[in-house]
Design a protein around this ligand. Structure first.
Ligand code: UD1
Ligand code: CA
Length: 452
């Protein structure tokens, strides 16, 4: 039997107080719905249907490879799943998930699917100290016989602590029999998906109960405080994973990983660092406080000092970057390169041992090995229309406050005098000086203040 997933995501999420559809609010930089879709993909679901209503266009624009089901009026969870019925293959098992329950784990979904067949459906429940708001699980002689919603529950039923998470697996065949029979004759005037439990029991279909490994998996989000609780839990798990892989964190509560972070052994990450997208840091990498790494790699033994920002950058072994460095996309540093404070690089390749230590902009540039770029050097790579390249050979020395007007090439071991504006190529080992000649005027008198 194939596996189809139906994710309910049509609700408005009034309590978010947002113009963004609820399921588009992010955990670790990825919309909640994205987490649920990833979980569905991880169990190799054949088709993923997403039921959308509020903000449908916005939601549809954000994801591909899913089948969209429109629910223009939200008449309840049963009504929502019913909209997907025509799209479900008769011989499939259907897993029902929620776009606002983002941390569901694939292991739990595997269990649910494994217990679903022609003779049984499976239901994910959990026990809560405070069950208020949730549907209660009604059992007779230990077997689940019904779910009663909070608003429809009797005083005795309200005391039940086992609650419906909403997540379940049912065959399409059963859904097609049961959903058309739902009625909205209840306290909320909605078509409750939960009413299929009684139908299952009536038809002699077993209701198998599974529980999640952690209660966080089934935590839903209705407001921003709950969104933040899940964010912090998720980040704590990410922090624990990098510590398990051998990184020391100054404070496991002050690191944010919004994507994947691979770490080598004996790394140290100081407080308030943010990692986005795919990042990788090698053995013995030291990252100072307040650094941001986006889709970047830092090889063994390198140090990124405080307040540096790396985006799509590759840092080789034993490099020294920052503090206050900004490595923009296309920056590639070879081993032992140094980038100091207030240096911005973009599409810049530095050879081994090259240094740009202070206050510079190096863009569209190729530097050989052991180049020394003095303070305040600027590659003038943009003429207002086109970008041009600066090439600097091995061992060249660029004096402070030099402007390199690209396209331009400075040869190996050449020297550029401080304060030069270099508009033409400099040959190997030559000295280029391109600045106003100094005149000293003797006997010159400073002006004095007029008195009248
Ligand atoms: C539902 C369950 C309840 C369970 C709880 C867990 C029902 C009747 N009740 O209640 O037993 O304890 O979830 O959180 O199923 N949605 C749609 N279209 C609709 C209605 C809802 O897509 O017409 C989506 C919502 O966007 C939301 C989810 O379904 O993501 C749950 O809907 P909600 O109204 O929050 O259900 P609850 O009342 O919380
Ligand atoms: Ca809810």
């Amino acid at each position: 039997m194939s596996i189809e997933v139906v994710i309910l995501a049509a609700g408005k999420g009034t309590r978010m107080r947002s113009s963004l559809p609820k399921v588009m609010h992010a955990i670790a930089g990825t919309p909640m719905l994205g987490h649920v879709i990833s979980a569905a993909r991880s169990i190799a679901a054949d088709t993923i249907h997403v039921v959308v209503g509020h903000g449908a266009d916005h939601v549809k624009a954000a994801f591909d490879r899913v089948s969209w089901i429109d629910q223009t009026e939200q008449k309840g969870t049963g009504h929502a799943v019913a909209q997907a019925l025509p799209s479900l293959a008769d011989d499939s098992r259907v897993l029902i998930l929620y776009g606002d329950v983002p941390l569901i784990a694939s292991e739990t979904l595997d269990k649910l699917v494994a217990h679903c067949n022609d003779e049984a459906m499976s239901l994910l429940t959990t026990n809560l100290n405070d069950p208020s708001g949730y549907g209660r699980i009604i059992r007779e002689q230990d077997k689940v016989v019904a779910i009663v919603e909070q608003k429809d529950a009797s005083f005795e039923q309200l005391a039940i602590q086992e609650v419906n998470t909403g997540i379940m697996a049912v065959t399409a065949k059963h859904l097609k029999q049961w959903l058309p029979r739902l009625s909205s004759d209840n306290a909320q005037g909605e078509y409750y998906l939960t009413d299929i439990i009684e139908m299952a029991v009536g038809d002699g279909i077993a209701v198998e109960v599974c529980q999640p490994a952690s209660p966080w998996e089934v935590q839903g989000v209705n407001n921003r405080a709950q969104l933040n609780e899940l964010e912090r839990y998720y980040q704590r798990c990410r922090a624990e994973a990098v510590m398990a892989d051998g990184a020391t964190l100054a404070d496991a509560g002050r690191i944010d990983i919004r994507g994947e972070l691979k770490v080598g052994q004996d790394c140290y990450i100081d407080v308030n660092c943010v990692f986005e997208g795919q990042c990788e840091i090698g053995d013995k990498v030291h990252i100072g406080p307040n650094c941001v790494l986006i889709n970047s790699r830092v090889a063994n033994g390198s140090t990124i000092k405080a307040n540096s920002v790396l985006e799509e950058a590759v840092v080789g072994e034993d490099c020294d970057v920052g503090p206050f460095a900004r490595l923009r996309p296309g920056t590639v540093l070879s081993a032992k390169a140094k980038i100091g404070n207030f240096v911005e690089t973009k599409k810049a390749v530095l050879g081994a041992g090259s240094k740009v230590n202070h206050l510079s902009y190096i863009g569209d540039s190729e530097l050989g090995e052991n180049v020394n770029v003095g303070a305040g050097t600027i590659t003038c790579n943009y003429d207002g229309v086109n970008k041009s390249k600066t090439v600097i050979g091995d061992g060249a020395f660029i004096g402070s406050n030099t402007s390199l007007v690209a396209p331009v090439t400075v040869g190996k071991n050449a020297t550029v005098g401080a304060g030069s504006t270099i508009t033409g190529d400099v040959a190997e080992a030559e000295l280029a000086v391109a600045r106003g000649k100094q005149r000293n005027i003797s006997g010159w008198k400073r002006p004095t203040k007029k008195t009248d």
